[in-house]
Design a protein around this ligand. Structure first.
Ligand SMILES: [Ca+2]
Length: 160
């Protein structure tokens, strides 16, 4: 029973060399991922760093019309070093920055009117994270800023 099964496997690999190569590459990728994971678990060069970064966020302007943009600026510090800062609008990640200064420009699309609460989350190399307080930005509908009918002009046109 064993001999025919072994021969069957050999035939399969010979017929599909690409498949064998791909699984080999996958195994290599998995080994690499495991190495990365173990490196992170070891503290990323700073064993025992359990201190989370602190981060503060500012957002300007505080009120913007749809189609406009808001600049988010985070100030983050860590006992070892900040590796990246991600920016969130509510629970949605809107971007990240890995180098100083930690900033992001967010464009408010049509239909996004309302109050948006932004937060910044800072990470260090050991995976500790700190989250800023929320910064509220009010987005006004585009119609309230432009494109409103000037009825006094309209009435004049009717009378003339
Ligand atoms: Ca730290």
């Amino acid at each position: 029973m064993k001999a025919p099964m072994n021969r069957g496997q050999t035939d399969f690999r010979t017929a599909l060399p690409a498949s064998g190569a791909r699984s080999g590459a996958m195994r290599w990728a998995i080994a690499g991922a495991l190495l990365l994971l173990s490196a992170c678990g070891g503290g990323g060069g700073t064993p025992g760093d359990t201190e989370a970064p602190t981060v503060a966020l500012s957002a300007a302007p505080g009120t913007v019309a749809e189609g406009g943009s808001v600049t988010l600026t985070a100030t983050a510090t860590d006992n070892v070093g900040v590796s990246k800062v991600i920016f969130k609008d509510g629970a949605v990640v809107v971007g990240e920055d890995t180098a100083l200064p930690y900033t992001l420009s967010v464009t408010l699309a049509a239909g996004s009117s309302g109050v948006h609460t932004y937060t910044a989350q800072a990470f260090d190399a050991a995976g500790n994270t700190g989250v800023s307080a929320g910064q509220a930005v009010t987005v006004t509908p585009a119609a309230a800023q432009a494109g409103v009918w000037d009825t006094s002009t309209w009435d004049n046109a009717q009378f003339q």
